[in-house]
Design a protein around this ligand. Structure first.
Ligand code: ZN
Length: 226
């Protein structure tokens, strides 16, 4: 099975549409979304509705949890908090319910999917480096775990047993100095994984952010992938 893994969409509808087209071209058999559907971007309702319409299984991210009141806004950076407050006022009831039903992890064909870390996912820990990954490797047994949260595509391999922790990158707010939307394709038979980068009209997403009255920094960073 060819599995597409998308994460950290953050209300960026032009990026999500481009990625869903790319996944269709890749002929993936299944898609999983690793969370942070909302926050930062200006189209949270539309992104949820697109994922729900495509029947894509999703898990909950920290920004999704924040707009549900499950994570204190004081734990967030000022731009993230401003965007979360804006999103809370924008989300309709149906889409709030969609987010409320999301699990913190899911497993598909021995593949573990989480948003932040398999180690106490509700604590929203970050896996930035090898020491972080070592802690995470102790908390799951599957051969592979996909995650998001840092918006930085990277693979960590456990040298003792070959297990992998792979960050699939961010659809809607890449932070690796590459503005193109990022997602992953994993073949459950060959065990091969690769990232796919997708051009999308980031000026359109940036304009939506500015027009919504969200912080202009959130629009500017889309052009640089920072
Ligand atoms: Zn995120």
């Amino acid at each position: 099975m060819r599995l597409a893994l998308i994460s950290d969409i953050h209300g960026n509808l032009p990026a999500l549409k481009a990625v869903i087209s790319s996944i269709a071209e890749e002929r993936a058999d299944s898609v999983v979304c690793l969370g942070d559907i909302v926050g930062y971007g200006a189209r949270p309702n539309e992104c949820i509705e697109l994922l729900a319409g495509e029947r894509i299984p999703c898990i909950m991210g920290n920004h999704d949890a924040a707009v549900l009141g499950r994570l204190s806004l004081s734990m967030m950076s000022s731009h993230a908090r401003t965007a979360a407050e804006w999103t809370i006022n924008k989300l309709n009831i149906v889409n709030q319910e969609f987010l409320r039903e999301l699990p913190l992890s899911l497993e598909i064909e021995s593949v573990l999917c989480v948003h932040s870390s398999p180690n106490e996912p509700e604590q929203w820990r970050y896996i930035f480096n090898a020491p972080d990954a070592q802690v995470a490797f102790r908390s799951f047994s599957q051969p592979i775990c996909f995650f998001g949260h840092t918006h930085y595509p990277i693979t960590f391999t456990n040298l003792e047993d070959g297990r992998r922790l792979i960050n699939v990158g961010s659809v809607g707010q890449p932070r690796d100095r590459n503005p193109r939307a990022c997602y992953g394709i994993y073949d459950t038979v060959s065990k091969d994984f690769r990232w796919v980068r997708v051009e999308y009209p980031f000026t359109e997403a940036a304009k939506q952010i500015v027009d919504a009255g969200l912080p202009s920094y959130l629009a500017q960073r889309l052009a640089t992938g920072m």
